[in-house]
Each structure stands twice: as C-alpha cells, then as structure tokens.
Design a protein around this ligand. Structure first.
Ligand code: KIV
Length: 281
C-alpha cells in the first residue's frame, strides 16, 4: 500500500505533483466522516460535487442542487480539516446569471463553507466568470468534456469529443483555461487519446473521470467507488468495495435481533444501583 502523503495539499502542490510525474488522486465527499477517510487514505483533492444531487438526494441529474446545499456540505467536509485540498462544485444556476452573482457564490463557498477552491463546468462561455473568480482570489478547477449541468443541451449524458470539431474545441478550451490561470482541469467522458494529448500539452494537471489513464490524476464519486449504490454505473467506474451488501446485511441482522429479542442483551443495557432495588420490586 502506498504511504499517504502527510503534506497539506494546495493548488501549488498539485501542480508540483504533475511536474514530478506523480499521479493526483481525487474523490467526492459531502460529509465529515467521508472527508476524514479520504484524508487518511492520502487523497489529494476532495470535491464537494454537485453529484450529491444524484447520490444523496436521489435526483436523476445534478440540476436541482443549490448553492446553499453546496456551502453546507462544504462546511461539513472542511470541518474535518483534511490534508486533501477542499473544492466546492458551483451548482447549476449559481454562475450563469451574472459575473457578480458568480463571484458572490464562490466567495460564500470560501467564507461560509471553508472551500480552498471552486470547480465550475464549461469552456469558453465561462471565461469571463473564471477571470472574475481568479481576480477575487478564488482558485478555479475547470471542467470540460461531458459537463453534466448541460445534460439537456447535450441531449443526455453522452461521451464528448469523439469527432474532430468537438475534440479540437475541447483541446482549445483547455489551453485557453490554462492561460486564464485555472490550477487544473477535470476532463469527463472524452476519448482517452484526446485526454492524453490535452494532458501532454498543458503544464497544469488534468484530472480525468472516464477519460483514460493518460490524465495526470483521476477522480471518482465516493459512493460509486465504495459500492454504496445498486443504481446504473458508467463503465469507467471501478468498484473497490461492495459496502451496500455489508450495510444491508447489518441492517437485516439488526431487524431480526430486535424482532427475536436478542438485542439488546443484558451487557448492552444499564442496571439499577443497589439502593433502589426495593423501589422496583
Ligand atoms: O459533481 C461531481 O462529483 C463531479 C465529478 C464527478 C467530477 O463533477
């Protein structure tokens, strides 16, 4: 097992990792215990992702997640003081109305939530907002390829950049984002050859999800990685555990122990002191 890195991760240490040829590890977390686990495991970056709309709230997509929810979940994660860099995901509608609204929302993630950076989806349409966030001293993680907040505009959760025009657009956007000053780019559901070229052409790290092994790092949704769901999962997910089965079996045994009276036992119960024995006789 690799030894977890004891250094606190920052936007700078992630860049240095790429320069040293070390892979970056990232996972989503939405609460305190998961953030503690991720930090202890040596995860470099925790994303308080709007994927919480699907895995926690049970929606079919991420569009209903609000900025208040992201700020709240970020505060749970930040309270764990993880060594991982804490990044809030700006949800749909929180950076689409105006530059001012976007800066206010990103500042809330930092001031109220304790985020150390924000992520936002999109390429050239978002450049103005990204510049304003960087001006406000908020580090930005960009997100290209399949951007789930565009699910309706894209006509579904579809792999992006398979054909030349779109592939070139994603590549150009990535180069431009580096020039603007983002500290890294998430590449989601694009062909591995394209992700490899973008990673080679950028000095800043790429973090892939469904983008192959040529990225500088990888991110997965925690609930997918630990097998805490029996819902559909895309082929890029590797399940490292089947926690749903063990939690289901624990709950089933609890139900049966309560029903047959074997829980709680005497050892799991409190007992009277000597002096009030008489009282209950
Ligand atoms: O919301 C999220 O969890 C994400 C990652 C999957 C990249 O955007």
């Amino acid at each position: 097992m690799p030894q977890p890195d004891l250094e606190k991760n920052t936007v700078l240490t992630l860049g240095k990792k790429k320069a040293r040829g070390e892979k970056i590890t990232a996972v989503t977390a939405y609460d305190h215990p998961t953030a503690r686990l991720a930090s202890e495991a040596g995860i470099d970056l925790i994303l308080v992702g709007d994927s919480l709309g699907m895995v926690l709230q049970g929606h079919a997509n991420t569009l209903k997640v609000t900025i208040d929810e992201i700020v709240y979940h970020t505060s749970l994660v930040a309270r764990a003081e993880p060594r991982s860099l804490v990044v809030s995901d700006l949800p749909y509608g929180s950076f689409h109305v105006s530059v001012r609204q976007s800066v206010e929302n990103a500042c809330r993630c930092v001031k109220e939530g304790g985020a150390e950076a924000v992520k936002l989806e999109g390429g050239r349409k978002r450049f103005k907002v990204i510049e304003a966030l960087l001006d406000a001293e908020v580090p930005v993680l960009a997100h290209l390829g399949l951007t789930p907040q565009s699910v309706h505009a894209l006509g579904g959760f579809k792999v992006q950049g398979k054909l030349r025009e779109k592939a070139r657009e994603i590549h150009r956007d990535a180069l431009e984002l580096e020039k603007l000053g983002v500290f890294a780019v998430v590449l989601e559901s694009i062909p591995q050859e394209l992700a490899r070229k973008i990673s080679a052409d950028l000095r800043i790290p790429t973090i892939g999800i469904g983008a192959g092994s040529g990225c500088d790092g990888q991110i997965l949704v925690f609930h997918d990685l630990v097998g805490f769901t029996d819902l559909y999962m895309p082929k890029f997910v590797r399940k490292y555990a089947d926690t749903r089965s063990s939690w289901l079996s624990a709950l089933q045994r609890y139900v049966s122990d309560v029903q047959d009276g074997s829980f709680p036992s005497a050892a799991e119960s409190y007992h009277l002191g000597q002096d009030i024995d008489e009282f209950l006789k």
